[in-house]
Unconditional design. Structure first.
Length: 395
């Protein structure tokens, strides 16, 4: 039996991967925010409460919630012989000053597997190891606050996964975790085809990958994902998967278009949520179709192309509606970024009430989840989750 089954964005969600926020959010200071790609410092206690609420809502929908930190620890428990190599790899990629390698390794190995994985995510300060030196940089290894966004380091595509080369140095270590889990955890090992590898050169992130159905993917070329990466991935999915077409949206390369899912998401067979930016910029981006025969530019409007691909006339719900202030505010707080739990049923940040109202009027059922602290990292319910199993769609 296959271990991953994600052939759409909307099929009933059965199993999802997340990360419960931990000490990493208390290892953020203003000077580090820009480099670590986190926009503010969340209040840890409330961020955890909000996240627990989010996962409770998922469980109520009958979804199995898995935690990346637990899966990595379990994979290490199951394969004690691989621990040394895993720790060496983490240190090699994460240590800020090689001269502390020995101390840092000794420290990590003194922890239980679960504590160690959480520590790798939380970051380690020099003072925790009793180190005081002339270099005032406080961390032996930086925190990884964006592990919260399990959408990005890998993506489930059909029965396989793409393991990503991340655009930023700060996020690249995050992919060590899913890479280890898919290769070694007994639930997945040797049974999940890889359509991309973290060692490959060109960047690609999961927020840009939309699984439209069994044969079509929609992928954004964005600040984070390059055309070359998509072309390389296309060869693998065409050869090893069920895929026949990739629709590529070549978006403007700005932070507002950080990932495709910050401006466009699917909510039902024929419904998408989009930010006005995507329509205001239609002339600024090109649309391509990649098939096994090659890449061609498509000179049609996005709505027409999507309607053709899903075989129905597509309706777009505008994030923030026609009020440009509401649109700007709600997109900033991930108003376009919903997790679909079943066709026409989504989990959304409750603060984005203008967009929620428009979705409800369009017949979408919206489950609201709190977001005062979670939204400070610039990611919504879709960014915080990676589906591992969705029921297949009745076409
Ligand atoms: N799929 C997404 N939109 N993820 C959002 C990631 C946000 C994160 N702070 C970053 O800059 O990488």
């Amino acid at each position: 039996m296959s271990k991953i089954n994600v052939y759409s964005e909307i099929g009933k969600l059965k199993s999802v991967l997340v990360h419960r926020p931990g000490d990493e959010v208390e290892n953020l200071v203003p000077d580090l925010l820009e480099r670590l790609l986190f926009d503010d410092i969340p209040f840890k206690k409330v961020a955890i409460e909000e996240h627990d609420r989010f996962t409770d809502l998922l469980r109520r929908e009958g979804v199995e919630v898995l935690y990346i930190e637990r899966l990595v620890a379990e994979a290490l428990d199951q394969n004690p012989n691989l621990k040394d190599e895993f720790v060496n790899k983490f240190i090699k990629e994460g240590i800020n000053d090689k001269k502390y390698t020995k101390e840092f390794k000794k420290y990590l190995l003194s922890l239980s597997n679960f504590e160690m994985v959480n520590k790798m995510i939380a970051g380690t300060k020099k003072i925790e190891l009793g180190i005081h030196d002339e270099n005032h940089y406080p961390f032996i290894a930086d925190p990884l606050p964006n592990v919260l966004f399990q959408r990005d380091p890998f993506a489930s595509v059909g029965n396989g996964v793409t393991l990503h080369k991340m655009w930023s140095v700060t996020r690249n270590r995050e992919t060590l975790f899913p890479d280890f889990v898919f290769k070694n955890h007994s639930r997945f090992a040797n049974d999940v085809p890889h359509f991309y590898e973290r060692e490959w050169e060109e960047p690609i992130e999961g927020g840009d990958i939309m699984v439209l159905n069994k044969e079509i993917l929609v992928i954004g070329v964005s600040q984070r994902t390059s055309m070359k990466a998509i072309e390389r991935m296309s060869k693998e999915v065409f050869a090893k998967g069920t895929y026949k077409k990739i629709l590529v949206l070549d978006l403007p390369k700005t932070r507002a278009f950080m990932h495709l899912d910050t401006v466009l998401t699917n909510a039902d067979y024929d419904k998408f949520i989009a930010h006005p930016l995507i329509f205001d910029n239609v002339d600024a981006f090109k649309i391509y179709l990649i098939t096994p025969e090659g890449k061609t530019e498509i000179k049609k409007s996005l709505i027409d192309v999507l309607s053709e691909l899903v075989g129905k006339s597509v309706k777009i719900i505008k994030c923030g509606g026609d009020d440009e202030i509401a649109a700007g505010r709600e997109q900033w707080n991930d108003g376009t970024n919903h997790l679909v739990v079943a066709p026409g049923k989504v989990i959304a940040y409750e603060r984005n009430w203008v967009t929620i109202d428009l979705m409800e009027k369009a017949g979408i059922e919206v489950i609201k989840t709190p977001s005062a602290e979670l939204s400070r990292g610039r990611g919504g319910p879709r960014c915080m989750s990676m589906p591992l199993w969705r029921e297949d769609l009745k076409q």
